[in-house]
Design a protein around this ligand. Structure first.
Ligand SMILES: [Zn+2]
Length: 216
């Protein structure tokens, strides 16, 4: 029996098991929440292979912040704030009544950081002008790099905070020659891993390890 438990039920179970200190139920509900709010990059990639987060309502996301703080499951927070960073400013500001000011501040500061990171870390493969030593046609690769960079900059206000967006070899080969694409891919994957590792710090939450040990 491993069907997903409805989100509201998971929340209720975590609250109760936390209140009455029922360890197995608490663990189970945390496990369920991690299927929505991943705590490793590996889990993120299997849960959100296309980087779209449509399964959760806005009110569930806000409820989850309260829950994570109240039940000391802080490990869930970096991803909750990451998703919150995808919400439009318009929606965010209309929610000031349900989202406390302190959480709003964390969200906005993190959002700014994500935007910066998206450009400097997640897309470092477009910013770094270095072609592969084995490049098949440096002039074309450089030209393609600049075109893609230009496209990225002009669309950044639409997808500005989706810093974890993943590129694959197929996509990169549409821009670069094969040897360049392979090198750019490994730069991209390393940068993305760094971004994931630093994610808690964007929201003033320290490191993943600190969050993990704080909730035991
Ligand atoms: Zn090349």
């Amino acid at each position: 029996v491993d069907e997903p438990i409805p989100f509201d039920a998971v929340i209720a179970i975590l609250r109760l098991s936390n209140k009455y200190d029922i360890h197995p139920f608490r663990q189970k509900s945390i496990q369920e929440l991690k299927k929505v709010f991943p705590c490793t990059l590996h889990d993120y990639d299997s849960i959100y292979p296309n980087d779209t987060y449509t399964t959760l309502s806005w009110s569930h996301i806000v409820k989850s912040i309260y829950l994570a703080r109240a039940c000391n499951t802080l490990e869930l927070l970096p991803f909750i704030f990451y998703i919150l960073g995808q919400v439009s400013m318009n929606v965010l500001f209309r929610s000031h009544a349900i989202l406390p000011r302190t959480e709003m501040e964390i969200c906005l500061l993190g959002r700014e950081k994500l935007q910066e990171m998206r450009e400097t870390v997640a897309f470092s493969y477009l910013i770094d002008p270095k072609s592969s030593q084995h490049c098949l046609n440096p002039t074309i690769c450089e030209q393609q790099r600049l075109l893609s960079l230009n496209a990225l900059i002009s669309e950044r206000f639409h997808a500005g905070t989706r810093a974890l967006m993943k590129a694959d070899l197929e996509t990169l080969e549409m821009i670069f020659c094969r040897p360049c694409a392979e090198e750019k891919l490994s730069i991209h994957l390393a940068a993305r891993e760094k971004l994931w590792n630093d994610l808690p710090s964007y929201f003033g939450l320290g490191t993943w390890e600190e969050l993990r040990s704080a909730q035991k």
